[in-house]
Design a binder for this molecule. Structure first.
Ligand code: TZD
Ligand code: CA
Length: 530
């Protein structure tokens, strides 16, 4: 009979979870013994960076990814990064090492006390198998729960389990598969198509789940078919629609009152692939204008259940988009006759003095980077400058920390670039944000990941200064971060680095395509996020 470890390695290989992001400790070493040649273990130097890289990799590949963390300390370090993975619905399978079974009760050093409870509030499923024989089945459950729920899962495994003999029945997991399909039934389909067809002024709100190959393009078709305006859902983390399309109205503001205002005059708001809604700033008001009806379509049952208003249909948004394209008559009056007539970009704003306006940086990216570049953005005060300058037309073009937890951007860019080796990737990272995931630079150098990091150095936590104004706190301490030279930090981690002193120098650097990681630091002027 093979060992538990052998069966688990084989299961992971069959499921395609062979790129493992981790930072191991003694408890984890027995799982890593004899890892077959097809596995790639990507070492991260801090668990926040490990999860950020795995998150980017899983989002860009659309597949579950294995994360290997050290007991309670490593899992704890990962928790902030996991908040983003929960909000982006990333299927991360976290496997943490545990002390040997007889040492757990007496709490020997490195015991993960009550391990399943540690990450419970964040993950979709959390367990420590009751006996060694159950480890292969539990690992399969961790993978399938992550895929079916689209949420991270957590499995704690006592390290003496890996060398144990697998039971005969353990081998059954090797052939397991679990899929999900949720096509609306006839009655639901008729109800939904009827509602959309009857609407006089419908509006679409698209969420991160729409940013998938095929679905992204079909959502454009649906919007053009209905001839209706499109918003991206608030607290955007993936771009679900080309941002200069004539029907695109931008990202909904993340407050109750401004969302209500945006929907004024619409009789139906159809939300596809998003929670209703991830508000941020507390701007109270009515949820919806008088007479506006909201229908949410999501495959996330919890998002459907917790929405504070509207009707919800739990179904695959891709199936629903297909259905609506087929069943709802097009609107000749509203139809967009010249799809492809994208809105032009404005001249970038400029700044006083030697610093660049962020719009100049983004205009340089737009003009000099290849059109299919994937951007991972973690720069918080430059949000409106970003959307004013960028022209993103393809799926998988934009990633942002989904729960607003900093530390995703730099590692996430490394993960996206590893998952999509054919596609140019740029991280657009603030000087504050960079520090939460800075160690990912070392992994990028070690793995020779082709990647451009544009580091925006304004010397401050810009977004917090803006928030200070909003919340009536003009004098908060701890918001300035002067005195960091990221070219030297990057070089210390083995990453080639440049300082761009002006727009032309920046453009010239961006026009070169790197064969490994590089960082370009640029001094920027402070702007407001909106
Ligand atoms: N810690 C973590 C893990 N996540 C956070 N979101 C914050 C702290 C608070 N925070 C923000 O929400 S924005 C921000 C902080 C510290 C400033 C980020 O600074 P930056 O970008 O230099 O990356 P800007 O453009 O200067 O705002
Ligand atoms: Ca900053």
């Amino acid at each position: 009979m093979p060992s538990v470890r052998r069966v688990c390695h084989e299961f992971l290989e069959r499921q395609g979870l062979t790129t493992v992001f981790g930072n191991p400790g003694s408890n984890e070493l027995p799982f890593l013994a004899g890892l077959p040649a097809g596995f790639r273990y990507v070492l991260g130097l801090h668990e926040g960076a490990v999860v950020g890289m795995a998150d980017g990799y899983a989002q860009a590949s659309g597949r579950p990814v294995l994360v290997n963390l050290h007991a309670a300390a490593g899992s704890g370090n990962a928790m902030g990064a996991l908040t983003n993975a929960v909000a982006s619905r990333t299927p991360l399978v976290v496997v943490a090492g545990q002390q040997v079974r007889p040492a757990i009760g007496p709490e020997a050093n490195l015991t993960n006390t009550d391990a399943p409870a540690l990450l419970k509030p964040l993950v979709g499923w959390s367990a420590e198998p009751a006996c060694a024989e159950d480890v292969p089945r539990a690992l399969a459950q961790a993978v399938f729960e992550a895929r079916l729920q689209r949420r991270p899962t957590y499995l704690s495994v006592p390290y003496d389990d890996w060398a144990a003999q697998a039971g005969a029945n353990s081998l059954a997991v090797l052939d397991r598969q679990a899929w999900r399909a949720a096509v609306p039934g006839g009655e639901q389909a008729r109800w939904l198509a009827g509602r959309v067809a009857a609407a006089e002024r419908p509006a679409l709100v698209l969420g991160g789940d729409i940013d998938a190959p095929g679905l992204f393009e079909n959502a454009v078709r649906l919007a053009e078919h209905l001839g209706c305006p499109v918003w991206a859902a608030p607290s955007l983390f993936r771009l679900p629609f080309p941002n200069r399309h004539p029907l695109f109205r931008g990202v909904l503001p993340a407050g109750i009152a401004p969302v209500c205002e945006a929907f004024e005059g619409h009789d139906l708001v159809l939300v596809l692939g998003a929670p209703v809604f991830r508000y941020h700033e507390h701007l109270p008001g009515r949820y919806l204008p008088e007479g506006t009806r909201l229908i949410q379509v999501t495959d996330d049952a919890s998002a459907a259940a917790r929405a504070p208003m509207g009707e919800a249909l739990v179904a695959d948004p891709a199936a629903v988009v297909d259905l609506l394209l087929k069943e709802v008559p097009g609107s000749p009056a509203r139809a967009v006759r010249t799809p492809g007539g994208h809105r032009p970009v404005p001249e970038p704003a400029t700044a006083e003095g030697p610093r660049l306006h962020p719009e100049q940086v983004f205009a340089a990216l737009r003009d000099e980077m290849p059109e299919d570049t994937a951007y991972v953005v973690e720069s918080t005060s430059t949000n409106s400058a970003w959307w004013r300058q960028m022209d993103l037309r393809r799926p998988g073009s934009y990633y942002f920390p989904a729960a607003g937890g900093l530390g995703f951007g730099l590692p996430g860019a490394v993960g996206v670039a590893m998952a999509r080796p054919g596609r140019p990737v740029a991280g657009v990272i603030g000087d504050g944000s960079a520090n939460y995931g800075i160690t990912a630079l070392w992994t990028a150098a070690r793995e020779r990941v082709p990647l451009t990091i544009v580091l925006l150095r304004n010397g401050t936590y810009g977004a917090l200064r803006w928030f200070g104004g909003l919340l009536g706190v003009p004098d908060a301490p701890g918001l300035d971060i002067p005195g960091m030279d990221f070219t030297r930090i990057a070089e210390g981690y083995g990453v080639r680095a440049h300082h761009a002193g002006g727009p032309e120098e920046l453009r010239a650097l961006l026009a070169e395509q790197p064969d490994g990681p590089r960082l370009i630091q640029v001094d920027t002027a402070l702007t407001a996020p909106s």
